[in-house]
Design a protein around this ligand. Structure first.
Ligand SMILES: [Zn+2]
Length: 253
């Protein structure tokens, strides 16, 4: 049993961007990773916890959404969640709360969650999903680690998509040598800056789309690619950019 993996995940994530489906899929993978008791990188997808999370029947994973015919998540629902969080897990070693969409919580509901978000029991984990993070109180946002997904838009040409798929899979592996080899091969193709930017942006989308992988690794890959996109780390050449990615991915692992 590998206890270290899930406990290394943050206790609260704010999953933004992407589409509703990709946010929900990422939340399921994270939930499985918190609870997985398989061998190797979590989630293993095989153990009873992973299977129950995937089937939507794990007793330690709850989703908080507006009640039928309501648009908001009420303060009473938030208080119920808070009380529930102090009851120990049923079967797993963690309890995972998925709040989807988190922006449906009115300010009173958000305030009711603050304390448990800040210093709830160590086994409790919170995944707040939203495409409108601006609707959350600063105090709520600041208690969560941001996990932004890339925007979803039109399909790209199949050749780029296939290459991006391979690149995403490569970056998601933990084998430093394999990653270095793959990035070196890519560098040797001497892609132009705009080609490289398109490829990395597409790889970022693929990495976010539920390629089965260790979520901690996926978080790191997404963060590196996003930083690359936002800072336009495309100068002076592909080698520099790819070296920067490799260094980012393998520092403090
Ligand atoms: Zn598992």
């Amino acid at each position: 049993m590998n206890i270290e993996l899930p406990s290394a995940l943050s206790h609260a994530y704010l999953v933004t961007g992407g589409g509703a489906d990709s946010r929900a899929a990422l939340a399921r993978r994270l939930a499985a990773a918190y609870l997985c008791e398989g061998n190797g990188p979590a989630p293993c997808g095989q153990c009873k916890h992973c299977r129950k999370v995937e089937g939507g029947v794990h007793p330690d994973v709850s989703t908080l959404s507006p009640l039928p015919d309501r648009r908001e998540i009420s303060v009473d629902q938030a208080r119920d969640l808070r009380s529930d969080a102090y009851v120990r897990p049923n079967e797993g070693r963690r309890k995972v709360y998925i709040i989807d969409p988190a922006d449906a919580m009115n300010p009173a509901a958000q305030n009711a969650l603050l304390k448990v978000l800040e210093d709830g029991p160590a086994y409790a984990a919170f995944l707040l999903l939203t495409d409108q993070p601006g609707k959350l109180l600063d105090t709520v946002r600041s208690r969560c680690e941001p996990l932004p997904l890339p925007p979803e838009d039109a399909p790209v040409d199949p050749e780029l998509a296939e290459k991006a798929e391979r690149l995403a899979e490569l970056l998601l592996t933990r084998d430093e040598f394999e990653v270095a080899k793959g990035l070196t091969a890519l560098e040797l193709e001497r892609p132009k800056a705009d080609q490289l930017a398109a490829l990395l942006a597409e790889a970022e989308k693929r990495a976010a789309k539920g390629i089965p992988a260790d979520p901690r690794r996926a978080v790191k890959v997404l963060r590196a690619l996003k930083a690359c996109r936002e800072n336009a780390v495309f100068n002076p050449n592909a080698g520099h950019t790819l070296g920067w990615i490799a260094a980012t991915l393998f520092q403090e692992t």
